[in-house]
Design a protein around this ligand. Structure first.
Ligand SMILES: NC(=O)c1ccc[n+]([C@@H]2O[C@H](COP(=O)([O-])OP(=O)(O)OC[C@H]3O[C@@H](n4cnc5c(N)ncnc54)[C@H](O)[C@@H]3O)[C@@H](O)[C@H]2O)c1
Ligand SMILES: [Zn+2]
Length: 409
């Protein structure tokens, strides 16, 4: 064998196979996961056993010694925005645990601020970690997070780092969290002024999408999730895009049944991408589910998080669709359909921050966050995306002008 030989005593791990000698140990391994997303209504009604059934009871040492029945130790983290609108929720969680003997509350339900502040304010993370510590949750216990995407990202991050990972059950309470973020395997908080700078990939123990949790959403948070549905349709499924076109007006009028069909299909497409796309932990550069997100993340940040993620995604998806048509792939009428469906859902596609020269910094920040070379998804056609490795700032500016022209027409 040609090459450097590594000293046996140090046990070094050569990266180049030609450098391998007898001292090297290589042992590829794989770990199998099951990603479970359930759909229900009234998840906190005592008669609904779905949540309890999701928990695997484990006998902790004290139980084993005392011979008590196996129980799951759980702690709830609830989104304050949701609790403000549904003040009975903490009591409902307690009553649910009391009604299911296999569910043992390790701590009274904890209510923490929802929205982006949950990811921006480090003391909130600290308080969740503190609760995990004082209630002695272990790797076989459950953190049950109920809230919007931001609260779920925060709680998921806390769960993923406490004891290097305690079990997480998510009950997403916004349309965006039910049709996209809550279904994912990413958790994280913002730091150093950058979105999701700290985070971890971790597969949740279970996700429960309770349609009734959406009843209290504001108009803008109701709307926000559907830009992610449009996004996933654009990169994966032309038929689904047409379905959203047909449902858009009903969804804008808050037709819960029409919305459920879209939320469910969007969640399924996101889940299938994770479980079948071959790259659940995003080791490669291609990131189709981040279509429209390079500018969206920057717009959110530049707006001081006044813009909701879903609102920024609507603008970003519109921008990259127009860019795709200017770059010669997507046809102009197809780009117009994208803008039309977003507007029919009620999204505003213009924003003063589109003029901010810092917008283009979003490209480099996006590249750095994902690693490797710049890889941006663009559309060949509705339902078919491709990777682009260069974005022309002049064409971005032209796309913004076109977007403006169309928006204001
Ligand atoms: N982890 C991922 O893969 C992933 C993917 C997409 C987005 N995200 C993240 O998700 C976040 C956005 O999530 P979001 O759109 O759900 O918004 P959000 O979590 O910011 O919530 C918006 C507002 O709605 C309130 N709220 C939540 N549920 C409610 C309910 N049922 N009734 C009334 N008010 C309620 C919240 O308190 C908050 O004020 C962003 O931080 C984004 O980066 C994460
Ligand atoms: Zn998103």
């Amino acid at each position: 064998m040609v090459g450097v030989s590594f000293p046996r005593s140090r046990g070094l791990y050569p990266l180049d196979p030609s450098m391998q000698d007898d001292a090297s140990i290589r042992a590829p391994f794989s770990v199998s996961f099951e990603h479970r997303v359930f759909f229900t209504r009234g998840a906190f009604e005592p008669a609904n056993s779905l949540l309890a059934d999701c928990l695997d009871p484990t006998r902790d040492l004290a139980d084993a010694v005392g011979g008590a029945a196996a129980e799951a130790r759980v702690a709830f983290v609830l989104d304050a925005g949701l609790v403000n609108k549904r003040p009975s929720l903490p009591d409902e969680a307690v009553a649910y645990a009391e009604a299911h003997e296999a569910v043992r509350l390790a701590h009274p339900p904890m209510v923490v601020p929802g929205g982006e502040i949950a990811k921006n304010e480090p003391t909130i993370l600290q308080s969740v970690l503190q609760m995990i510590e004082t209630s002695h949750l272990c790797r076989r216990s459950y953190l049950i997070a109920v809230g919007g995407g931001a609260l779920l990202d925060l709680a998921g991050y806390a769960a993923s780092i406490a004891h290097r990972g305690i079990r997480l059950v998510r009950l997403p309470s916004t349309t965006l969290a039910q049709d996209d973020s809550g279904v994912g395997v990413k958790n994280g908080i913002n730091a150093f002024g950058k979105k999701n700078f700290l985070g971890a990939f971790a597969v949740p123990h279970a996700v429960i999408n309770d349609a009734d949790l959406l009843a209290t959403l504001s108009a803008r948070d109701w709307r926000s999730g559907f830009s992610e549905a449009v996004k996933v349709a654009l990169v994966k499924d032309a038929g689904f895009f047409e379905q959203i076109e047909r449902a858009a007006a009903s969804i804008a009028e808050r037709d819960a049944e029409a919305a459920q069909l879209i939320i469910r299909r969007s969640a399924e497409l996101h889940l299938r991408h994770i479980t079948e796309g071959g790259d659940p932990f995003e080791l490669t550069e291609a990131r189709p589910l981040d279509f429209g997100h390079w500018s969206a993340h920057k717009l959110e940040q530049l707006s001081g998080y006044e813009l909701r993620h879903g609102e920024a995604v609507a603008i970003g998806v519109a921008l990259d669709s127009v860019y795709s048509s200017l770059a010669g792939d997507l046809t102009a009428p197809e780009a117009d359909r994208v803008l039309a469906v977003l507007r029919a859902l009620g999204f505003e596609l213009d924003h003063p921050l589109l003029d901010d020269p810092r917008l283009l910094d979003g490209l480099e920040e996006f590249r750095e966050h994902l690693g490797g070379g710049l890889t941006i998804s663009l559309l060949n056609s509705i339902g078919d995306a491709r990777d682009a490795h260069e974005i022309d700032p002049a064409v971005v500016r032209l796309a913004i002008e076109r977007l403006r022209g169309t928006t204001r027409a």
